[in-house]
Design a protein around this ligand. Structure first.
Ligand code: KIV
Length: 286
């Protein structure tokens, strides 16, 4: 059974999502190749989705939620069920952006058939429009298999965090000519197989530029190049929720500092009995 409920506006805490309007579509994203840059951010929860949605072309329910939401050491332990639950929340909180859900490690690599089963489960459970999977030439047959069967696929090449145990860390990729050539070939294979867009993560800039010129679908950079067809960041990173972030993150706010200051004020108000005040308590009826 699908978990794609709509928001219950009778619930006092639920901010209603504007009435459904025409959502952007996967073909409309693909058609933006070489045009106005595509804006994508991660979202994992309904309220965050509501706040980001009007400004974004795509919302990515990234498996980075393993680290950002659950404090896991990497994305490797993330499960299909976690992605389905958060994906459904993000679809409930959005009405404009194309929602893309990450396929977690272990849910797609074994065979195209296994990938289809996992991807179909994610789309049914969430109402999202597309999935993203990591990998290049080895994953091209899977990208083709899914794309030809009604599942739009976003590729992800360069630094692929699910392969951290093979790569040995999260450093930028493509510093040697052999590695650079492989990343360009990976992107070409995934594009040729039918990916509607490709995330290029953590590569030296000329690689991102070469791929962007070479492939027919939009490229979405993260630690790549401003010349990509779009950009993605983890929302919590760009909002300044974490002290330590990758070099490629630009902090557009200091949410950590603002949350700390607000909670410090709250704690002081509780301790001095300034909170709750007259406006926050229920007076008896006369
Ligand atoms: O999981 C994620 O958030 C991602 C982006 C960083 C591209 O894959």
């Amino acid at each position: 059974m699908s978990t794609t409920f709509t928001i219950d506006t009778a619930t006092s805490r639920a901010t209603s999502t504007p009435a459904p309007m025409k959502r952007l579509t996967v073909p409309s994203i693909r058609a933006r190749k070489g045009g106005e840059p595509l804006v994508m951010l991660t979202a994992y929860t309904v309220r965050t989705a509501q706040l980001l949605d009007p400004h974004c072309d795509m919302l990515l329910v990234g498996d980075s939620l393993g680290q950002v939401v659950y404090g896991l050491p990497s994305t490797v332990p993330v499960t299909l069920e976690m992605m389905a639950a958060h994906g459904a929340a993000v679809v409930r909180g959005s009405y404009h952006a194309v929602v893309v859900v990450d396929m977690p490690f272990g849910s797609y690599e074994a065979s195209p058939e296994k990938a289809f089963e996992s991807a179909a489960y994610l789309l049914k459970q969430t109402g999202a429009a597309a999935v993203k999977l990591e990998g290049g030439q080895a994953m091209a047959p899977t990208v083709k298999f899914l794309s030809e069967r009604g599942i739009p696929v976003m590729g992800h090449v360069g630094l692929t965090p699910q392969a951290v145990n093979t790569l040995g860390g999260y450093g930028a990729r493509g510093r040697s000519k052999a590695e650079a050539d492989k990343i360009v070939a990976d992107a070409g294979a995934v594009a040729e197989a039918g990916a509607f867009a490709i995330v290029i993560e953590g590569v030296v800039e000329p690689i991102a530029i070469a791929i962007t010129h070479a492939v027919a679908c939009p490229t979405i950079g993260i630690g790549a190049s401003a010349q990509c067809d779009g950009q993605v960041l983890v929302a919590e990173d760009m909002l300044g929720l974490f002290d330590r972030t990758a070099r490629f993150v630009k902090k557009f706010d200091d949410l950590a500092g603002r949350i700390s200051a607000a909670v410090e004020t709250y704690a002081a108000d509780v301790r001095s009995r300034a909170f709750p005040g007259a406006e926050q308590i229920y007076a008896p009826k006369d």
